[in-house]
Structure formats: C-alpha cells, structure tokens
Design a protein around this ligand. Structure first.
Ligand SMILES: [Zn+2]
Length: 233
C-alpha cells in the first residue's frame, strides 16, 4: 500500500517537473513523450542514417583517410535539422547525448571487427577546460560501452590549440592540424586494432593527422568512427 502511494506520488512529481521543464527533441524541438530520449520518434524515423548503400564511395574514403574501416551514423549537412544533434553535443555540453548517440553508432558497428579499444580525437587541454568535456570522448564512451571494449583517452594528445576548421578549405584544414597531435604512452596500443572516434568527418584532415601518429605504434591497425559524415572527402 505504502509502495503504491510512493509510486503515484513520484509519477505525480515527474509529470509536474515535466510540465515546468519539458524535455525537448534536440532536432525538431517538439516535447518528448514517455519512452523517448533526446530525439522524438518522428526524427528518429527520418534520420539520414548510413545504410551502406554506396560501397564504392566508402572504399574510396577508406583509401583517402587510410583506415581499415570507416563507420559513420548519419549524413551531416549544415542545412539539415540534424546538424543540431552535433551542435547540442558540442556547444550545449550535452555529454549524455554524446554517449547516447555513441551507443547508437556502436550498435550499428556491431561485433565482428575485432576492435580492441576506442581512441577519441583529443581536444587541446585549454579547449577542453573551456567546453567542460571532450565530445569525442563522450561519443567514444557510448561506442565502447556497446562493443564491450575499453577507451584509451590519454594515448593521443593535442599539443597545438588549432583554430576552428569551419570555413577553411581542404588545404588549409590539412595545414591547420598537421602537427597538432602527438602520441603518449604508445606501448599501450601495441598490436591493437584501434577505433579512432570523432564527431564529424569533413575533409578528413584531422583524422589523417591522428592516424599518422597512431600508425607509429608497432603492429597497430586503425579504423575510424564518427557520428556525422559531411559530403564527400
Ligand atoms: Zn524531433
């Protein structure tokens, strides 16, 4: 009887809080209903997911970036509402949203790729302090949870606080990040299949700069995972 009373009371409290502070879909802004988390069912249904239809383009992308596999969740386009998902993770400090989206990507990657660990693309310490957390680490944590593997957040370090890549052309992007990363405690990755994780893959410049460092590790294999893939690289 007392238990039932508390259940009703807590339900009442939750709906009161829900009315005052409704949870909204990060993409369309509609109020979420019970059972929905971060994104409404309508947006989940129309999300431009990677259906693996263009194998030729994927092969070319793997070659350009120099990765064994590239996994991505959805097509990223700044004109589309879905860019708000990345924006909310990065600029509104929605760490939990990053982990949630990472789990969604992890479930699509699935087992069978013999991946040993996740290495998130690091932020410069000054940028991380300003933002409060590294969005790639949040996404990577979700992927690692889903795949049951570990995260190695400290083996790759960002030693140059590069300016934003937004608005730069392909060459400028490559120059901007060329010497931005360095390896630390590389022995931990010896012989491992590493999954490098970033939020969005645009020109591939950041990915290539990170992979160039990771490849210095003896016997390492590298794959890449990102939430959004923008256009063609
Ligand atoms: Zn929505």
């Amino acid at each position: 009887m007392i238990k039932r009373f508390w259940e009703i009371f807590l339900d009442y409290l939750r709906s009161g809080v829900g009315l005052l502070f409704p949870r909204l879909c990060v993409v369309c802004g509609d109020v979420l209903v019970r059972g929905e988390r971060f994104m409404c069912s309508g947006c989940l249904c129309r999300m431009p997911l990677n259906e693996g239809a263009d194998e030729g383009a994927d092969e070319k992308m793997k070659e350009i970036v120099g990765a064994e596999n590239i996994f991505w969740l959805f097509t990223y386009n700044r004109e589309s509402d879905f860019h708000r998902l990345i924006y909310a993770i990065k600029y509104k400090s929605r760490r939990e949203l990053g982990v949630w989206a990472g789990r969604m990507l992890g479930a699509r990657i699935g087992a069978g790729h013999e991946i040993d660990c996740v290495v998130p693309v690091p932020l410069h310490p000054a940028r991380e302090k300003e933002r409060g957390f590294n969005q790639s680490l949040a996404i990577g944590t979700g992927i690692a949870e889903e795949l049951g593997i570990k995260v190695e957040p400290d083996v790759l370090e960002r030693v140059v606080n590069t300016c934003s890549q937004t608005g730069l052309n392909r060459e400028e992007r490559a120059d901007n990040v060329k010497k931005a990363f360095t390896l630390k405690d590389a022995g931990r990755l010896r012989g491992c299949h590493v999954l490098l994780v970033d939020d969005v893959l645009t020109s591939g410049a950041t990915t290539r700069a990170c992979l160039a460092e990771l490849r210095k590790v003896e016997g390492v294999r590298c794959s890449v995972a990102c939430l959004g893939k923008a256009g063609k690289i």
